[in-house]
Design a binder for this molecule. Structure first.
Ligand code: ASP
Ligand code: MG
Length: 244
């Protein structure tokens, strides 16, 4: 099986959490699966980078802003690859240029167009865990672009489509999709299954579980998504075409 596992910023916020994620991925790898890991920037890194830009100018060029923001995800993937290696598992980190994840030109709101899979395939064939930057791409000028806030979810789904993954798992700090935000509404109920359309509806109502484009893409290509927590072993929520 080939699994794409995406971890958000809170799941890789510090050393402990990075090691925890590495161990969980290794469990999958040791079952014989091919494992592709997609990461966001650590914790509040992206907000911190935006703040740094603002300290220089209120009107940064969009190209330079993307050049700055993509560094966050690169820190995450390099540290994660080191974590795997420290645990005795071969791994390699790749950014969007190294993979060749092509996007439209629009800085700050680029859309993924094409992903080359050759490099990833070669690394997986060499039994490495492949750790890839979420949220970023390269445009026709070979400049770095970003997909909009929360865009790493979409990177993960796009990779799942390109690699014909069996599953795309999205790990967050809540253990699934709830009827309301469990951090605000204490008796919110976790759903075991949700349809793509319900998920899109939740998003339009302001729920920020997944990047909207990731759900649209999953629906279009029939990618089975699972939303779950990196911190607990709870079962999570499956997002698919129809719920039973
Ligand atoms: N790091 C980016 C953000 O904060 C992308 C992501 O987390 O998906 O928006
Ligand atoms: Mg997110």
């Amino acid at each position: 099986m080939l699994v794409v596992k995406k971890f958000g910023g809170s799941s890789v916020a510090d050393r402990e959490r990075i090691m925890n994620v590495a161990r969980r991925c290794i469990e999958d790898y040791e079952k014989g699966n091919d494992v592709v890991v997609v990461l966001s920037a650590m914790g509040k890194t992206t907000d911190g980078l935006l703040e740094k830009a603002r300290e220089i100018t209120e009107t940064p060029s969009k190209r330079e802003l993307d050049m700055l923001l993509v560094t966050g995800e690169q820190v995450s993937v390099a540290l994660m690859a080191m974590a795997f290696q420290s645990l005795g598992v071969q791994a390699v980190s790749l950014n969007a240029a190294q993979v060749a994840m092509r996007t439209t030109s629009a800085y700050g709101q680029a859309k993924l167009k094409r992903i080359d899979t050759e490099r990833i395939r070669n690394e997986l064939d060499a039994r490495k865990i492949v750790v890839i930057t979420g949220f970023q791409g390269i445009n026709k000028y070979d400049d770095m672009t970003t997909l909009g806030r929360g865009g790493s979810d979409t990177t993960a789904v796009a990779l799942a489509v390109a690699l014909h993954a069996d599953f795309c798992e999205i790990y967050t700090d809540v253990d699934g999709v709830y009827t309301a935000d469990p951090r605000i509404v204490p008796n919110a109920k976790k759903l075991s299954e949700v349809s793509y359309d319900e998920m899109l509806e939740f998003a339009s109502l302001g729920a920020k579980v997944l990047h909207n484009r990731s759900v649209e893409m999953a629906k279009r290509y029939g990618v089975k998504l699972v939303v779950l927590s990196s911190l607990t072993r709870a079962e999570g929520t499956i997002i698919k075409e129809k719920t039973s």
